[in-house]
Design a protein around this ligand. Structure first.
Ligand code: DLL
Length: 429
C-alpha cells in the first residue's frame, strides 16, 4: 500500500471516496442534508477532483453535534471513544468501530516501522493515557509490530528516567517539548547517573510542532546518536497515524489509501495547486464510526508528491508550520510561533524553552519573546546580557520583520509541559 503507483492509488481512492459519500448519505443525518443540498451522491463523483463539490466539515460541526450526533452506527458497534480537550465549549468526541481500530492500528504500525521501530524496540509511552489519542494510538500500533511497550503515561519525570535506565528503554514516545525536558532532567542527574546509562536511540515525537532546529537540539541533548521523527495526526482523523517521517526525514508520509488530502486557501476556501502552502483538508476514506468528509484541520503545510528515497511512493506533507488559528497577527504581520523557535535555537547562551506574550498597548500590539538563559549568573553581568539580548532581538526581528521585545529570564523559570506545550500567551483577548 505504501509503494503503489499513483494510478493504482488514485483508483483505490476514487472507489473508496464514492463508497464513503454513499455511506455518509445513508447513515448520518448531518451529511445526508449537506450532501443533498450540494447535489452530491457517490454516483456523481467521477474523478477525484469532484471532491470539490462536497462541503467542508469543521470542528464546529462536531461541537454542534456533541456528543454523538455525527456517529454513523449504534453504540453497540462502537468499541472506543476518545475526545479532544476543548479549552472552550464542548470537546470534540470521536468513536471507533472495530474495523476503524484495525485501520488505525495499521496506520500507526506503518509509520513507526518507517521511523525505524521494530520488535527490538522497548518503548516508553510518555503521552497521557486517557481521552487523548496519542498514547493508546501509538500503543496499539507498536504492539502490532511486536515492540515491548512500557506505558508510563505522562508526568512523573523522575520515575520516567528510572524506568528508562532500569528497563533499557530505547524508544521514547512523547511531545517534542517533553522529550527535551526529559533530556534536561537526565543531564541534570548525570553526575549521579551518567548519560551512558540511558539506551534511548529513537524518539517518535508528535502532537505538537517541532522545527528542525528544535529537533537537532533534542538529539544533541540525548546524545549517543538519538534520532527523532515527526508524527502527525488528530483525534477527528483517528489520532496519530495520518502521517509520519521515515528515516530519510524529508516530509511526513501520508497513509494515502486511508486519507485523501487537499490543501486549501483558508480565507477563500479555494483548493490550491499541488505543492502550494495552505490549510490541510482531509477526507478519511475508510473511517466509519464517525466519518469525516473534507475535514478542515486548520494546520498549515504543503504536500510533495515525488516518491521518496526510502521507496515509499506515498505523498509527504511538510512539517506543520502552524495552525491557522495559532497564527498571531501582530500589527498586521502574520507570525507563527515556529518562526520564533527557528530563530532562537542555535544561540548557545539560551535554552530551547520560550514563551510569546502578546499584549495590546495604546491600540498597538506588542510581542514579548521570553527566553531562558542557560547560565543564570549572566543575568548579573549587564554588558554581556545586553549584548545577548540585542543578538536575540536582531535575529528574531530579521525573520519576522517586526519590532519585538526580548526578555532574558532565569533558567527553568518558563513553565515545562508534560503534554502539548503552551507557547503563546495572548493577553489581547
Ligand atoms: O495530537 C494526535 C497525535 C498524537 C499526533 C500523538 C501525533 C502524535 P489532537 O490532540 O486532536 O491529536 O491534536 C491535533 O495537534 O491539528 C495539530 O495542530 C497538532 N499536531 C499533531 N501532530 C503534530 C505534529 C493529536 N507532528 C492537533 N506537528 C493537530 C505539528 C501537530 N502539530
Amino acid at each position: 500500500m505504501e509503494c503503489m503507483s499513483r494510478r493504482e492509488l488514485e483508483e483505490l481512492q476514487l472507489e473508496r471516496l464514492k463508497a464513503l459519500v454513499d455511506y455518509c448519505d445513508r447513515n448520518v443525518e448531518f451529511y445526508h442534508k449537506r450532501l443533498r443540498a450540494a447535489g452530491v451522491t457517490g454516483d456523481k463523483i467521477k474523478q477525484l477532483s469532484d471532491i470539490q463539490y462536497i462541503p467542508y466539515t469543521t470542528k464546529d460541526d462536531l461541537r454542534d453535534n456533541y456528543p454523538f450526533g455525527l456517529f454513523s452506527v449504534p453504540m453497540k458497534d462502537i468499541v472506543r471513544i476518545h475526545a479532544s480537550s476543548g479549552t472552550t465549549g464542548n470537546p470534540t468526541v470521536v468513536g471507533y468501530t472495530r474495523e476503524d481500530m484495525e485501520h488505525w492500528t495499521e496506520q500507526v504500525a506503518r509509520i513507526v516501522v518507517a521511523a525505524g521501530a521494530s520488535e527490538e524496540s522497548i518503548v516508553q509511552i510518555c503521552f497521557g493515557y486517557g481521552m487523548f489519542t496519542g498514547a493508546l494510538g501509538l500503543h496499539y500500533g507498536l504492539e502490532k509490530i511486536g515492540a515491548t511497550i512500557v506505558p508510563t503515561s505522562s508526568g512523573n519525570t523522575e520515575k520516567q528516567l528510572k524506568f528508562m535506565r532500569d528497563f533499557g528503554t530505547n524508544t521514547i514516545v512523547a511531545t517534542p517539548s517533553y522529550c527535551m525536558y526529559l533530556a534536561e532532567a537526565a543531564r541534570e542527574k548525570s553526575g549521579e547517573f551518567p548519560m551512558d546509562l540511558y539506551k534511548v536511540r529513537l524518539g517518535l515525537l508528535g502532537s505538537e510542532g517541532c522545527t528542525p532546529e528544535l529537533r537537532d537540539q533534542i538529539e544533541k541533548a540525548w546524545g549517543n546518536g538519538f534520532f527523532v521523527t515527526d508524527n502527525y495526526g488528530m483525534s477527528e482523523l483517528n489520532g496519530p497515524g495520518l502521517s509520519g517521517e521515515c528515516t530519510e526525514r524529508c516530509g511526513l508520509h501520508i497513509n494515502e489509501d486511508h486519507f485523501l488530502c487537499e490543501v486549501i486557501d483558508p480565507d477563500t476556501l479555494e483548493v490550491l495547486d499541488k505543492g502550494e502552502t495552505g490549510e490541510l483538508v482531509v477526507t478519511a476514506l475508510t473511517k466509519r464510526g464517525i466519518p469525516m468528509l473534507r475535514y478542515r484541520t486548520k494546520d498549515i503545510t504543503k504536500i510533495d508528491y515525488e516518491a521518496c528515497k526510502c521507496g515509499r511512493t506515498t505523498a509527504r506533507m511538510h512539517k506543520i508550520i502552524g495552525r491557522s488559528d495559532d497564527m498571531l497577527i501582530i500589527r498586521g504581520v502574520n507570525v507563527f510561533p515556529s518562526q520564533v523557535e527557528s530563530a532562537l535555537i542555535g544561540i548557545n547562551e539560551i535554552g530551547p524553552h520560550y514563551q510569546l506574550v502578546v499584549r495590546r498597548r495604546n491600540y498597538t500590539d506588542t510581542l514579548e519573546v521570553r527566553v531562558e538563559v542557560i547560565d543564570g549568573s549572566l543575568l548579573e553581568r549587564y554588558a554581556e546580557l545586553e549584548a545577548l539580548q540585542k543578538r536575540v532581538h536582531d535575529r528574531i526581528k530579521s525573520i519576522l520583520g517586526i519590532e519585538i521585545d526580548v526578555s532574558l529570564v532565569e533558567p527553568k523559570s518558563i513553565e515545562r509541559f508534560t503534554g502539548k506545550a503552551q507557547r503563546v500567551v495572548d493577553l489581547r483577548k
